[in-house]
Design a protein around this ligand. Structure first.
Ligand SMILES: Cc1cc2nc3c(=O)[nH]c(=O)nc-3n(C[C@H](O)[C@H](O)[C@H](O)COP(=O)(O)OP(=O)(O)OC[C@H]3O[C@@H](n4cnc5c(N)ncnc54)[C@H](O)[C@@H]3O)c2cc1C
Length: 395
């Protein structure tokens, strides 16, 4: 959509082919329906948050910066706000406003929108032939912006990889990124549906810490999900062929001693009650029987009989509830596809194929991916604008 807008603004006669009967299906579900449209930070921060092929992004990001993206949407009539972590959202908290603004601009520019699945892209000496719905379209340039293979119900089923491959490109194997994680522990099923807010998550590869952040996570029937886990997943390279330790600090605002004092106070308030009935103010109800079991303290023993040693063990558990990550969920549940068209075969200055002149790439189809925070949509917008402005020159 962004590519169609900028190519049209640059004077090209543009046809946008979309297989869904409406535009921007994935965009509508971004940021839990609020669309974290970019990250209001400098280009270096964007580069640092792009673990796969960051240097490929320099020209595209400089050509259409995060602040340019914000100006662009505000100029289209969508006021934006910057939240924690410099994440930018529409003031309305509605992804539909971002999508609607792009659609309106597309209509106003008179872009020809065809709702059909592109089936073939063939290059010849006098341009390209794209087949969609049995009909052939001839053009001077093609921009492939078909996304990756995550959330295929939104339309991204990897068709673009097939087109690129048939035109001579190599595809780096698609792998899930920003993806929920399956855990070994059986108890996790009992806590299914529990959302943990204001916790911190540490991930370790053996003894080496590979991730630490505070935020929100979700316990599910298979393991863990939610913002903290999706971010952590990008740092768990090789999960599946090896395991990672995950440790949830349920009370990150309290250090060991403060939490110990808090427990002493809770126990003295509940001096003659059973241990299992004394944790109601500290923990969500679903977690209490699990924590009691993992603590090794008999839930039916009276609070006044708990020893200092047992209490310290409990504090350690609350500060580092252990989980064992065994594998990622399948790629269709991933927020982002890592992999795609090899960046070595694309000019970073124009997004043009180095193999087929006149062929361009934009967005998630390219082997570039970033962490959560609005960085992935920025990649899509920046590469789209650069591809569009370069492709329009073919016109
Ligand atoms: C649940 C979820 C939440 C997300 N939240 C955020 C967020 O808040 N912030 C952020 O920065 N990123 C977010 N992302 C990532 C972001 O959505 C993607 O990086 C971005 O949409 C990629 O844009 P794209 O245009 O390259 O691909 P897509 O958005 O996948 O668009 C590709 C389009 O091509 C169409 N298409 C594919 N094949 C064909 C064909 N053969 N013929 C015709 N049309 C075809 C598809 O139907 C689709 O509409 C989220 C992703 C998911 C799944």
């Amino acid at each position: 959509m962004t590519a169609a807008i900028f190519a049209s603004e640059a004077g090209a006669d543009v046809t946008l082919i979309e297989r869904n009967d409406r535009l921007g299906k994935k965009l509508l579900i971004t940021g839990k329906g609020r669309c974290n449209v970019t990250n209001n930070s400098d280009i270096n921060t964007h580069i640092e948050n792009t673990p796969t092929n960051p240097r490929f992004m320099y020209t595209a990001l400089n050509n259409f910066t995060p602040q340019d993206v914000m100006e662009f949407f505000e100029s289209l009539g969508v006021p934006l706000k910057t939240e924690r972590g410099d994440r930018v959202f529409p003031v309305s908290d509605k992804a539909g406003d971002i999508c609607g603004a792009l659609k309106r601009r597309i209509n106003r520019l008179g872009v020809n929108v065809i709702t059909a699945r592109a089936e073939k892209v063939i290059s010849s000496d006098d341009g390209f032939t794209v087949t969609a719905n049995g009909k052939e379209l001839h053009c001077n340039a093609v921009i492939l912006a078909t996304g990756g293979v995550s959330y295929p119900l939104t339309g991204s089923t990897g068709d673009g990889y097939k087109f690129a491959k048939s035109l001579g490109h190599t595809i780096i194997e698609a792998k899930p990124s920003l993806v929920p994680v399956e855990c070994e522990e059986k108890w996790i099923k009992e806590a299914m549906g529990l959302s943990l807010r204001n916790v911190s998550l540490t991930v370790k590869d053996g003894d080496k810490e590979v991730f630490f952040e505070q935020g929100e996570m979700l316990l599910t029937h298979f393991g863990v999900s939610g913002p903290l886990v999706l971010s952590a997943s990008s740092h768990m390279k090789g999960l599946g062929s090896k395991k990672f330790g995950m440790f949830i600090d349920l009370k990150p605002a309290l250090d060991f001693d403060t939490l110990d004092k808090r427990l002493q106070s809770d126990f003295s308030k509940n001096i003659n009650r059973d241990f299992i009935n004394s944790l109601g103010e500290l923990l969500p109800a679903k977690l209490i029987p699990i924590i009691v079991r993992l603590s090794g303290i008999d839930g039916r023993c009276k609070c006044n009989s708990i020893t200092r040693e047992e209490r310290h063990k409990l504090v350690s558990l609350l500060k580092a509830l252990p989980l064992t990550a065994k594998k990622f969920r399948p790629i269709d549940e991933a927020i982002i596809t890592s992999g795609g068209v090899n960046v070595k075969e694309i000019s970073p200055k124009t997004m043009e194929s180095k193999i087929v002149p006149g062929l361009y790439f934009a967005g998630e189809i390219i082997d570039v991916d970033a962490y959560t925070g609005g960085f992935n949509l920025q990649i899509a917008f920046s590469t789209a604008r650069l591809a569009a402005e370069s492709a329009a020159c073919e016109w």
